[in-house]
Design a protein around this ligand. Structure first.
Ligand code: FES
Length: 103
């Protein structure tokens, strides 16, 4: 495990998302009722940033064609997307959000 700092907790309050770049990869952080999740920011259908969509509960919607994804599991809930988002382990240490990116 190699957790690295990606954001401050205050930058991703409950009900909000935050796009961060880590190692050249765009990651979406999402705070669902105090728990922060991390998934790939790019929709698996086409190249649209999920940071443009809104978060409702654990589901973030893609603004391009409307698929919703669970930020907890990465699984798409509606077509046209069929492939899950990659998810990443998150830990919060005090005010710092860290994620574990594969090397
Ligand atoms: S690009 Fe996201 S649903 Fe099509």
């Amino acid at each position: 495990m190699a957790f690295e700092e990606v954001a401050r907790l205050a930058d991703v309050p409950p009900g909000k998302t935050l796009r961060v770049m880590v190692g050249g990869r765009a990651i979406l952080l999402a705070n669902v009722e105090g728990t922060v999740y991390a998934v790939d920011d790019l929709c698996t259908h086409e190249d649209s940033s999920l940071s443009l969509g809104c978060l409702k509960g654990e589901f973030v919607s893609c603004t391009l064609h409307g698929s919703r994804f669970s930020v907890r599991t990465g699984e798409p809930q509606d077509p046209p997307a069929t492939e899950p988002l990659r998810t990443y382990p998150v830990r919060v240490r005090g005010e710092i959000v860290e994620i574990d990116l594969p090397r």
